[in-house]
Structures are given as structure tokens and as C-alpha cells.
Design a binder for this molecule. Sequence first.
Ligand SMILES: *Cc1c(COP(=O)(O)O)cnc(C)c1O
Length: 382
Amino acid sequence: MKKVAYGKQSISPDDIDAVVRALRAEKITQGPIVDSFEEAIAAKVGANFGVACNSATSGLYLAYRALGVGPGKLVWTTTNTFVATSNAALMCGAGIDFVDIDPQTWNISAEKLSEKLNEARQKNWPIPDVVTVVHFAGLPCELEEIRNLSLEFDFKIVEDASHALGASYKHTKIGDCTFSDVVVFSFHPVKMITTGEGGMLLTNSSQIAEKSRELANHGITRDSAKFKAKEAPSWYFEQLDLGMNLRITDFQSALGLSQLKRLDDFIEKRSEIAQSYEKSLDSNKYSFQFVKSDVISSRHLFVVCDRSRVERNALIERLSENGIYSTVHYIPVVQHPYYQEMGFRLENYPNTKKYYESAFSIPIYPDLKFAEVERVSKLLNG
Ligand SMILES: *Cc1c(COP(=O)(O)O)cnc(C)c1O
């Protein structure tokens, strides 16, 4: 029986040709295709600078470092995300805390964020230096409200847009940094486009772009204007900060460039699949993510909530017996043993707890057949 996953890549003959051509080039890493990929993504989303790296996890780490996140600093994010969002802040040596989700969009709740900020102010607790939002399943969160809070409480905003390449919010594209300091995309195979592994940080600040580029390359600069040395021969470079090798390759970038041409088609197909599920699934049994009319979701995931609240695991088993692999996005970050040991408790996030008890992600990806969509719906309507 053919297996159907919740998400997977779509690789065309043109994608393969692009990678093969890149492998025949003079440089297979640190070459011109990386630059072209950065320019193409930045142009597509309307940001000034793109810095490509080897994963979105690295992109988040670089974003935090470039924003000065480190020991003594504090990052807040949503409970409903992949652990990388908060792990990257911990890797910088910063503190972490979480904000509950909105019960309808399953995104970070601007209302809960506002409550938590006001409570912190009243009780003289630390205010976050950075708030990282996630556009869950490709649905943009309440960026304008959160931007207003950032002006009132003086924190920076990072958008973990791993799900949301191609999404838009009001009159803006996700990635253009209208409401944030840095946006990070993922190019993992289940995401909107793929480079195998890969990610990119977008920003309108030349300082953030330069700093993250330096940190992704061992903290080294070849820019003589920044050298401590007064005179420098052409071969000379200096390490100015502590970085790592977080670079992407040229052949991955070639795949990314080729995939980017297909992004609009990918999103169209994903939104057709989402509409088809919403029409065919029994709405007495299932609820869906609420999409406001002023946003466009990239439809990275299709999550349904089991209204009965007791059937979710059995439904996942029923699909699995039929070769269809659904899963849960996400096990709340605070529920993982590592975070439990830090003292976090799911009970303190009631909306997340309720969501987590009933949510599961069913297949959605560009090459999924409508016959499979119907089969999934039939199995779930039972
Ligand atoms: C996939 C994902 C990441 C990590 O992306 P990688 O490119 O695999 O490092 C981070 N945050 C979210 C919300 C994700 O979905």
C-alpha cells in the first residue's frame, strides 16, 4: 500500500537539473548561487537582506545572537511550536518563557501576551528582550497588535516563519519585516520549499545582516574596514566574535532557487486541498483553524481538532492502519521533559492544553492527490 505522510517535498526534473548543474560549477559552497538565492528570496518577500544558512534552527540562533540575546536576556515565545524556536534562545544562554495560544487560530495570543506583559510590569518581573512569534501552520499571527505591544514594552520581535513562506498579513508579505526585526524561514523538506536542510534569515537592518553573516562563518570578517590591524594584506582576515560554520551550499541554493519558481503553484495546490478538507470533513466532528479574511495562509499544515476530545489517538490509528500518517503539531514545548525540569507546566497554559488534547495534522502537500484527500475525509467521517 502506498504510504501517505502529513507532508513531504515535491521535486521536479527541473529541480534535479538545477542541482546537477550546480555540482559541475567551480564552487559548490561559498559561491555565487548562495548570493542569488538570498537575493531571490529577499526580493520575493520584499526584505532588504537575506542571509542563508544550514537550517531555520541556525537562522533563529543567528537572529537571537545578532539581536544581542545572551546570558541575562529573556526571550518569550508561544507554547505551540517546534522546540527549535526556544532551544535556539537557550543555546545563546538566555532565559525563556512561554505565552498561551489563541483558542481559534492556535497562534500566540496577543491578548495573553498583553496580560503577561502587564503582570510582569506590575510585579516588577523581567520584561522580555525578544518575543518570537510563530505563524502556526502558515497562518500569520496578530502582528500589528504584537508590534504595538513591542513599542509599549520595548522588546524586539523575531518571526519564526518556518511555516509561512508565501503567506501574507493585511497588505504585507510575511518576510518583509514590516512588524519585526528579523524573519526566519525553513527549507526542510516538509516546509513550503526545500533545500534538503536549510534556512534563511531576512531583515531590513544591514547591521543585523552583517552580524549574522559573520556569526554563520566562525565570527570571521574579511572586511578591512572592520579590522583591528592597521594594515592588512589581501589574504588577511580577523575573527571578531565567537561563531560557527552554519553555511548552506551552492547546490542546495540551486535547489532552493528552482523550488522558489514553484512556490505560487505549491500554495495554490495546498489551499485547494485545505478547501476540499473543510468542505468534506464533518464539521460536527471536527473544527479547523480560523483564518481571518485579511490574511493568506501558506497552508503548511492542515490541523483538525476532534470535537469529541476523546477520539484523537484512535483516529490517528485508524488513518495509520490505512497507510496514512498523521501526527500532532505540536507537543507543547513546556510538556517536554527538558522544559518540565526547568519548572514549566502545561496547566499554566489552558488554551494550549485543550488544543493539544484534540489536535492532529492530516496530509497536505503539493503532490497529494485529491483521491487521497477524499479517502482521508471518508476515513475520518467514519
Ligand atoms: C521546522 C521548524 C523549525 C526548524 O527548522 P529547521 O530548518 O529544521 O531547523 C523551527 N521552527 C518551526 C516552527 C518549525 O516548524
